[in-house]
Design a protein around this ligand. Structure first.
Ligand SMILES: Cc1cc2nc3c(=O)[nH]c(=O)nc-3n(C[C@H](O)[C@H](O)[C@H](O)COP(=O)(O)OP(=O)(O)OC[C@H]3O[C@@H](n4cnc5c(N)ncnc54)[C@H](O)[C@@H]3O)c2cc1C
Ligand code: SF4
Length: 332
């Protein structure tokens, strides 16, 4: 690791003022829990000259959580354990509790989770150049791409790594930001169009800091991850569902797929097919969820995901019919 300076400002305004390239420092970087940032530094992918530690900022709004808002510094563990969220939006606790290990969740923050970098193993190894690192091509295309996209097939083939981003997407979430000329960004606009910008982790400028996320209440909401090992892995695919019910009938649905595209992948065709369907109508629900792979263009190594995705979406829909948001099983 290269030598770097360290500072722990007391306000977000001070942190933001330090975060752009300034007189003394060309490469300042923000740190929350540091789980991703320090990994990147240890892997030699980044050589910041100033670390701006956000953990000492004296602003309780960064750490508070209620039924419709979570502070940006709240940990994944706190989200997973929140009773208020279990009632208002169980999908958030499920997505947070499924990420990583208890040790990581105790440190990793909501803001850091949304802005973590890709897990593409070629990107993670300093020995490889690639399109996302100023190289000329993507070694994953001809290489081992088993955890890569089935939608949005290039130029970069990475899948978005955050469990929380698609959950906030189906909740119509937005991030609160300070340090720029906007104060809110809808989650659907937080990540760049991968056909246009395949290098940036978000549309935020270096001085913009996420202070919290806001979202609508969705008691009938659920998240399902299908992983290679159902413990601390990132998902191979994940399914997200928010339902509105009138008795046993789905009056409207909002579904999204994770780990299949460079950003959260909405599934409006599934939403349309689910509207008006009884939650007991297995045949129509199965047919609706099968449409989750409409338009898929898998790589040779990711074709298996087209089998998994309908299962993840169907299980998320089934779990969302249960207000506790608990996965009631399924034939994964
Ligand atoms: C073994 C393991 C398994 C994992 N599995 C999963 C998984 O299944 N699903 C999943 O979603 N994640 C998973 N993760 C990733 C983990 O959730 C993230 O690394 C973590 O959430 C990052 O949060 P942090 O607070 O530590 O961020 P940091 O490392 O501090 O920051 C991450 C990035 O965000 C920027 N940043 C941080 N805070 C702010 C802010 N407030 N405003 C603007 N920019 C900011 C930083 O500059 C940095 O670029 C796993 C990690 C490990 C180690
Ligand atoms: S998928 Fe993207 S991040 Fe991975 S090697 Fe290709 S260009 Fe780089």
């Amino acid at each position: 690791m290269n030598p770097f300076a360290y500072t722990s400002p007391k306000t977000t305004t001070d942190a933001s003022a330090l975060a752009g390239p300034n007189g003394d420092f060309a490469l300042p970087v923000l740190k929350s829990g540091g789980m991703d940032l320090l990994d990147r530094m240890k892997e030699g992918l980044e050589q910041p000259d100033l670390i701006i530690d956000l953990t000492r900022i004296e602003d309780p709004a960064l750490d508070t959580l209620d039924a419709g808002r979570i502070g940006g510094r709240v940990t994944l563990a706190m989200v997973a354990e929140s009773e208020a969220l279990r009632k208002s939006a169980p999908i958030l606790g499920a997505a947070s509790g499924s990420a990583a290990t208890p040790q990581v969740r105790n440190v990793a923050t909501v803001a850091g989770n949304l802005l973590q970098e890709t897990r593409c193993w070629y990107w993670r190894m300093s020995q490889f150049d690639c399109l996302r690192k100023n190289g000329d091509d993507c070694p994953a295309r001809e290489g081992d791409h088993r955890f890569h996209v089935i939608f949005q097939n290039g130029p970069c083939l990475m899948v978005h790594p955050s469990n929380l981003a698609p959950a906030l997407f189906v909740l119509d979430g937005e991030v609160e930001v300070v340090g720029g000329d906007r104060t809110r960004i809808p989650i659907r606009d937080l990540y760049p169009d991968p056909a246009v910008d395949w290098r940036s982790a978000s549309v935020l400028s270096p001085t913009e800091i996420i202070t919290g996320v806001r979202f609508k209440s969705a008691p009938n909401s659920a998240f399902i991850a299908l992983k290679q090992k159902q413990s601390f892995d990132w998902p191979m695919v994940s399914g997200y569902a928010v339902l509105e019910l009138d008795g046993d009938v789905i009056t409207s649905a909002r579904t999204c797929a994770g780990a299949v595209a460079p950003r959260p992948h909405p599934l409006p065709q599934v939403d349309d097919a689910l509207a008006g369907v009884s939650i007991d109508d297995e045949v129509r629900i199965r047919a609706a969820c099968a449409r989750s792979v409409d338009g898929a263009d898998p790589l040779p190594g990711t074709a298996y995901k087209t089998t998994l995705l309908p299962v993840a979406i169907r299980r998320a829909v089934a779990a969302a019919t249960n207000p506790a948001g608990v996965d009631r099983g399924g034939d994964a």
